[in-house]
Design a protein. Sequence first.
Length: 286
Amino acid sequence: MKGIDEFRNKLPDYQGKKIRVFGVIAFVVFVSSLMFQLFLDSLPRIFRSIDVLQIIAPLTPIIGPLIIISIGFAVVRKFWRIRDKYLSNYGIKAYQKAFKFVVIGIPMLFSVIVHSFFSTDLIAAYRIDDTLSHYLGVPISELLLIFPFYILYIRLVLSILLVGLGLFVVNRALSFFGIDYMSLVYIFYPEESTLQDHEIYSILRHPTYHCLLLISIGGIFFRFSIYSVIYFLIFLVGINIHLKYVEEKELIERFGEQYKQYRENVPAFFVKLKDIKKYFKLLFHK
């Protein structure tokens, strides 16, 4: 895999099988974050005797993702903020010491996307008196009393296509940029990183976030509920806040007016219609 040696060199105490500890941490964080959201979804129906939970019942499926995405982006932001301090304190082991923020923050963010594929009554089913929560959680086609069988198939096909495309773009991004770049090694050691001038950047500023948003849109079609649309918007707003105050803020400080001009001309997440052909050509070009 491209960049694997550079990535491993920045984790000197985790050579060989020891590196698996980061995978275990990421998996535990992801599962815990997802279960927390699923639990919040059904909390009012698990504890029906608590009046305040019945009042806020329609909001608990939104509160869970909001909490997780806020913590996730805060942890990822920490990775940027502690760079200079860690480089000063730990030298060549700075990235290794900070990598915990990546393996905690990123899985939390991804759990918000995966959560959108689950029913909000997975743990505790709705009852007839859960009117608003039920309306927000069921497919929009049911609310509109539209039940043609082909609507379900269209939704599933679109969901599969979008998720498949998102995963394919992630795989292509790894081959384009390398595991070291995707693991944010360049944040700590920009002088060692290869300048990324791949042509994909001429049509997208942030191809990695583009992948995640494709998968998130796939969640909208899979569940096709008002909640699923809200989850997508939460993720989209979270990314934009992160870019404005963390990633692109640093890029503007580094490249100045040049990056500002680039930002004006190239979209962040979604390809312009005129660039669709070029987009697919780049993805499938060997």
